[in-house]
Design a protein. Sequence first.
Length: 95
Amino acid sequence: MIATAQLERVERERERVEDTLKYLFHRGEQGGDVHPDALAGALQVGQASARDLLERLAAGGLAEKAGLTHHRLTDAGRTEALRIVRSHRLLEHYL
């Protein structure tokens, strides 16, 4: 039962990271950088969680700061986000 709870937590965390990458990708396509508060509202998470997600993506080389508070995807982040967006579109097409 503990292993199941841990797997569920890992899965939720993976989904949040993917949702963050997709949000940054779509905002970047519109020419905008992302403030942590906007991300928090879009993902319906707390501001601290949104900042943590952005910091972890930055530490992994997938996002970077744009100014003092905003963030954008790096080239590696764009590549990963595009992979996620494409795979989700395929899934939606076949479901």
